[in-house]
Design a binder for this molecule. Structure first.
Ligand code: NI
Length: 257
């Protein structure tokens, strides 16, 4: 059984004490690949350095809504250059976060709009973050629907919203929140969506699955989300794992023999 963590942040400072040991432990836990998601422009070159050092990692380049006000005219060129690297695959993570509002909303929208255009120009998938911003997010995605592809990460919306994301060309990813006791809506959505559009992720060091809530998360815990998804969908764990692994290769456009 091979697992693909489609969204992780091993470069987060939470891993400073033991990053290499955590990474070295992953293949033994069935984690075949990890997508390291970039959060800000300063992180782009760090992600490249990480994927060059760890052959089973892939990387993204992009500016998270928290850092949207750092966007400059040079940032798009920096992302474009980064994605020339053969294991730098996606524009992300990008989006809107109206929970924290660390950058003004009009700036968040403009920077997301620019990065959706850039991904389209480069013909790359996007990794989308949407927190309490469903309305504006969907308006922007509809405006960019031609050629749109990628992932709605850590999905928290309704089934109808998930269906519209899929109709717009996206995959829908679930993380540790699927294991939480109060996860009524994510469970309902994960149960009803078509198998060929589902993904799993950790978003580590955040979103730690039950029974480790409160501790640091890492890609070695992704099997807990897999097991919960298999339970709610009534599917065999191994068959589901194979399908999710194939979906991850498909969305990131990785040709694997
Ligand atoms: Ni993230």
């Amino acid at each position: 059984m091979k697992l693909f963590d489609t969204h992780a942040h091993l470069l987060d400072e939470a891993f400073d004490p033991d990053r290499d040991a955590v990474i070295a432990s992953l293949p033994g836990q069935g984690v075949a690949h990890v997508m390291e998601c970039c959060c800000d422009e300063a992180g782009i070159d760090r992600v490249i350095e990480l994927v060059e050092r760890v052959p089973f990692f892939y990387g993204s380049a992009g500016v998270h809504p928290h850092s949207a006000d750092e966007w400059s005219q040079d940032t798009a060129a920096h992302i474009t250059r980064a994605l020339q690297h053969e294991r730098m695959l996606a524009v992300g993570e990008i989006g809107l976060d109206y929970h924290y509002d660390f950058s003004p909303r009009d700036v968040q929208k403009r920077v997301l709009d620019e990065q959706l255009s850039l991904a389209n120009e480069l013909n790359r998938p996007v990794i989308l973050h949407d927190r309490e911003a469903h309305g504006d997010m969907m308006d922007l995605l509809r405006a960019h629907k031609n050629g749109l592809k990628g992932i709605m990460h850590c999905f928290s919306g309704s089934y109808e919203l998930a269906k519209e994301c899929i109709d717009l060309g996206l995959y829908v990813a679930f993380g540790g929140a699927l294991t939480f006791k109060n996860a009524v809506r994510p469970i309902d959505v994960a149960r009803r969506l078509p198998l060929d559009r589902l993904l799993i992720e950790t978003d580590c060091p955040y979103m730690t699955p039950v029974p480790f809530r409160g501790q640091r998360n890492d890609p070695g815990r992704i099997h807990l989300t897999l097991e919960k998804m298999a339970f709610v969908r009534g599917e065999e764990i191994e068959l589901l794992a194979d399908a999710l692994y194939r979906n991850a290769l498909n969305v990131y456009e990785i040709a694997e023999l």
